[in-house]
Structure formats: C-alpha cells, structure tokens
Design a protein around this ligand. Structure first.
Ligand code: SF4
Length: 324
C-alpha cells in the first residue's frame, strides 16, 4: 500500500491536496501541528469529510527555537512562514520514516503567497526540511521539479495539477467538482500573522522575561502592561481570562485579586519588588468595580502565602503608556 503523509491545516488547499491524491487510490494520512500560536481545531473539523486519519504533533519546542531567529526572516508580522513550513515538513518526514510511509505532500500553491510560496521559497522549504525528494504539492506539482515518488511511478504526475497564482477560482471550481461544500475562510488560524499579537511577541522576545512555553501561551490572554525590561503585568479582562491566567500561573508568580468586589486576576509572571506589587494592586483596583478613590483590600498571593494590602485605583489614562 502506497501511503502519503500530508501537512493538513484544514483549509481548502489542504483538503483538495488530499482529494487529488485519493483519486489515485493512494492511502492518505494527515498531520496537524500544535504550538501556542496555532492548533488543530480547523483540521479536526475539515478532516471529517475526508475519512483519513489525522495525527496531531506538538512541535512547540522546535518551533519556539526557530521563532527566535528564523533563517529566512518574518513575513508582514511575526510569521516566519518559510522556516515554519520547512520545520513542519521536517517533522512530517520523521513521521514518514517512523511509519514506513512513502511520500509527503501539502496544499501549497505556487505563487499563492508572494513571499512564502514563490518558486524559490518552495524549493528552500523542501531542501531545508531534509526530505526534498519526497515532497509533492499536488495542486501545482506539474509546474515543479519531478519528485522521487513520481519518478518511481507510485504517484502519477499526469494526474497532478498545475495551478498557479493568487486567484482562488481554480480551487473553488475543483471543490465543486469534488462535491466539497464545507471549507473554512482562507484567512486566520495563525496568531503569528496578527499584528497585535506580533507586537506582544516582539515585546516578549526583546525583554528579560522568561521565554518558556507558558510565557508564549500567556500572550493571547488579558491586557499586557510592560513595566520594565524584566517586569510585565497581565490583567484578565473577563471571567474566562481570569481562569486562564490562574491555570497558567506558576509557583514563583505573584497573583493579585480582590475578594470583596468583582475584579480581575492580575499576574506578575516573576517575583517583583514591593513597589511593583503595590502598582499592580492599584491596576487591579482600576479594572475592578471599586468606586473612584475607594481604598480597597487586595489579596496578594506569592510563595504559598497570602498578604492583604490596601490600594486605590491607578488613573486609567496613565496606563496607556505601559500597554503592549
Ligand atoms: S501562517 Fe503561521 S502556521 Fe502558517 S506557515 Fe506561517 S507561521 Fe507557520
């Protein structure tokens, strides 16, 4: 049985790549990758209509390492798409070797994205993955160099396509022919392409903060206020974010809450001087239901201990200077 392993985002191009290969009666399995910046939700939804096994692989460790200094730089925001694709194919290639599969594929389309899917970028991605000869892009394959599975005749090149460019018309027509009616909007899915998120990520990478997996996970939660190179304060904006912040907190963190009136969870993701704790307490009061100028008892949790201090609100208009 000839088996192909696909990178599968769950977007239309990746759905079509699977369907094109299924037309050749090949056995297809797909992989969706997990990091703090993108997850498998779209893939899990889309895969149901294809009846192929979906494997989830968490690549957080190697992705974070790459993200700090991507060899081919970033796109419009903090999206290092060329390095990211090469890394995904590298992981997929290791999976192919482990499972004895025969080739890799993706839904990439030549020229669809000017920076990361031009001819040169596609070649770089394939070469740097370490599995260059085994990567097929079924939607554009006839415009690309012949791969090993095509040479061996286990994948029929003449049944692959020659789609090029940014127009989505050929893909939409193909979807219609395959009877695919349910597919997500092409935009979205990766936080690294979001400009606000990218600002926070840049701030984290340039700071003296720890840079563990959870520090990256915290980037998508709450308000972030940069106090100094080494200190950031994170403020929950609603109940869900308060819970998320608590679930991501670690032993050395400082957590500030108000028990008597509704208010946010405030996190200082490191130990901090008393002055910073008092400042964070006044921010906690600012975003609570306290009256203006009210002196409020605030609970500060650190090192398995809780102390009460009193704070009044910090003026909101002065907080903008710290916002990330
Ligand atoms: S959009 Fe995000 S997930 Fe996709 S290749 Fe670029 S960095 Fe990677």
């Amino acid at each position: 049985m000839v088996t192909g392993i696909g990178l599968f985002s769950g977007g239309l191009d990746s759905i079509l790549a699977v369907r094109i290969l299924q037309e050749q009666n090949l056995h297809i399995e797909v992989i969706s990758f997990v990091t703090p910046f993108f997850g498998p939700e779209t893939a899990e939804k889309s895969v149901k209509q294809l009846k192929v096994p979906l494997h989830l692989i968490d690549i957080t460790g190697t992705h974070l390492e790459m993200l700090k200094n991507p060899r081919h730089g970033y796109g419009n925001n903090m999206n290092p798409c060329i390095d990211c694709h090469a890394l995904m194919f590298r992981h997929a290639g290791l999976f192919m070797e482990k499972t004895g599969a025969d080739f890799l594929f993706s839904g990439e389309v030549l020229g669809e994205r000017p920076m990361s899917q031009n001819m040169n970028s596609l070649k770089i991605v394939a070469r740097e993955s370490g599995f260059e000869d085994f990567i097929i892009r079924p939607l554009s394959a006839r415009l690309l160099p012949v791969t090993e599975p095509e040479k061996q005749g286990i994948v029929a090149r003449e049944k692959l396509l020659d789609i090029r460019g940014r127009s989505r018309k050929p893909q939409i027509e193909l979807a219609r022919r395959f009877g695919i009616t349910c597919y997500p909007n092409p935009a979205g899915g990766c936080l690294l392409t979001d400009s606000s998120f990218s600002n926070r990520l840049r701030d984290l990478l340039n700071s003296k903060d720890k840079k563990s997996k959870r520090d990256f996970e915290l980037l998508s939660v709450g308000r972030h206020l940069r106090i100094s190179d080494a200190v950031k304060i994170i403020v929950g904006r609603n109940e869900k974010e308060n819970e998320k912040i608590l679930s991501l907190s670690e032993e050395e963190d400082i957590i500030i809450t108000i028990e008597e009136i509704p208010g946010p969870v405030v996190l200082i993701p490191c130990s901090a001087e008393d002055e910073v704790v008092k400042f964070a307490a006044s921010i906690c009061v600012q975003y609570s239901d306290a009256q203006a100028d009210e002196l409020v008892p605030v609970s500060v949790f650190h090192d398995n201990r809780m102390v009460k201090i009193h704070a009044s609100e910090y003026p909101r208009q002065l907080l903008n200077q710290y916002a990330v």
